[in-house]
Design a protein around this ligand. Structure first.
Ligand SMILES: NC(=O)c1ccc[n+]([C@@H]2O[C@H](COP(=O)([O-])OP(=O)(O)OC[C@H]3O[C@@H](n4cnc5c(N)ncnc54)[C@H](O)[C@@H]3O)[C@@H](O)[C@H]2O)c1
Length: 338
């Protein structure tokens, strides 16, 4: 069986992707140090996928530890999720973010070179576009100044990968720029369970509804949008996971001539904050306690992806809509809170 190294496999996107990879017949090895996850997630993945896989409790920043995973396995490709991802934390402690996200990637690339693992899929983010001026955002939309150290680590990591590609004509990388992943697995056994307090809209909505928070503040109601609130692009976590499997297929089977391929992953349409709230209220049958508040500095008015490149190259399209995202997120919140 073709073996894939997944870094950060106990995390939110990694865990859903492992299930998808196993489902289509790949063998998976996961490396994670649980800095933002826990080992229970592996047990749940085993339960859902009905299969075991090898795991390493390793910090990617410790080169000799990470080397063990390479020495003991023959990987066809790497999917690199492991990174710190909180925008706010990155502002407070930028060095931790540069250390973890850059050193982890550099160690990985050094070992991929040494062990001749020629394929990489990298988790990037729409935050690399900064305050994009054109909509929808395509892969050609110019990158703007990063809005946070976190976003800057993604920009720098992309550059590191593109520079590295020039040193080995056989190396291939797909850089996936995610928009806003949300929702949970249909099994209701895995979902997003970060160590720190959530700072994305969907978990904030479900945490408010369950009573972990008093009230949701909607920042800005006078933006030039359909209902005055900001527009964001939400992508169901299972659709996002499937895009990774398709990326692996593409690299291993199609063997593209382009060495570095950037692909946006979003739903293609934006939803306003109020539309997301109303979708939640519809699927949960609950009224949400929210209030309109002033605009928040730094918020972009609207951002959503053009995903035609993902469709063309990977044959991927998002299959699940906003209601399905909100329904799965709510079921997961009910499960993890009781
Ligand atoms: N979730 C989002 O909204 C989003 C959006 C865009 C991009 N991304 C990127 O996607 C990737 C995965 O995100 P996620 O939402 O699954 O995050 P997550 O925090 O749930 O998962 C990341 C995993 O990596 C592990 N990890 C971090 N640093 C490590 C290290 N040095 N060594 C070993 N393990 C380490 C964590 O313990 C965690 O399990 C990240 O690179 C993130 O920046 C996420």
């Amino acid at each position: 069986m073709t073996k894939i190294l997944v870094t950060g496999g106990a995390g939110y996107i990694g865990s859903h992707t492992i299930i998808d990879l196993i489902d289509v017949g790949y063998e998976v090895v996961s490396v994670d140090n649980f800095i933002n996850s826990n080992a229970q997630t592996y047990e749940r993945i085993h339960q859902v996928s009905n299969s075991e896989f090898q795991t390493y409790d390793i910090d990617l920043c410790v080169h000799e530890d990470l080397e063990r995973a390479f020495a003991e396995n023959d990987f066809a490709a790497v999917i690199h999720f492991a990174a710190l991802k909180s925008v706010g934390d990155s502002v407070n402690d930028p060095l931790q973010y540069y250390q973890n996200n850059l050193v982890g990637l550099i160690n990985l690339l050094q070992l991929q070179k040494k062990y001749k693992v020629k394929n990489l899929i990298f988790s990037s983010s729409c935050s690399v576009y900064g305050n994009a001026e054109e909509l929808p955002v395509t892969e050609h939309t110019p990158l703007k100044e990063a809005e946070s150290p976190y976003a800057r680590t993604k920009q720098i990591c992309e550059e590191i990968i593109f520079d590295f590609l020039k040193t080995d004509p056989d190396f291939r990388a797909i850089v996936l720029r995610y928009f806003n992943p949300a929702g949970a697995h249909s099994s209701n056994l895995i979902g997003e369970s970060p160590h720190n307090i959530a700072n994305n809209l969907v978990p904030i909505i479900t945490e408010t509804a369950i009573g972990k928070r008093n009230k949701l503040a909607v920042f800005g109601s006078d933006y030039p949008t359909r209902d005055g609130t900001c527009i964001r692009d939400f992508i169901h976590i299972m659709d996002l996971a499937a895009a990774h499997t398709k990326s692996v297929d593409f690299l291993l089977k199609e063997k593209p001539s382009d060495q570095g391929i950037v692909i946006n992953l979003g739903s293609g349409t934006g939803s306003t904050v109020l539309e997301v709230i109303h979708s939640f209220e519809k699927v949960s049958g609950q009224k949400l306690n929210y209030e309109m508040a002033d605009r928040r500095p730094g918020d972009v008015i609207a951002v959503y992806a053009d995903y035609r490149k993902a469709k063309k190259l990977l044959g991927w399209t998002p299959a699940r809509n906003l209601d399905e995202i909100m329904h799965s997120a709510w079921q997961w919140e009910l499960k993890r809170s009781h």
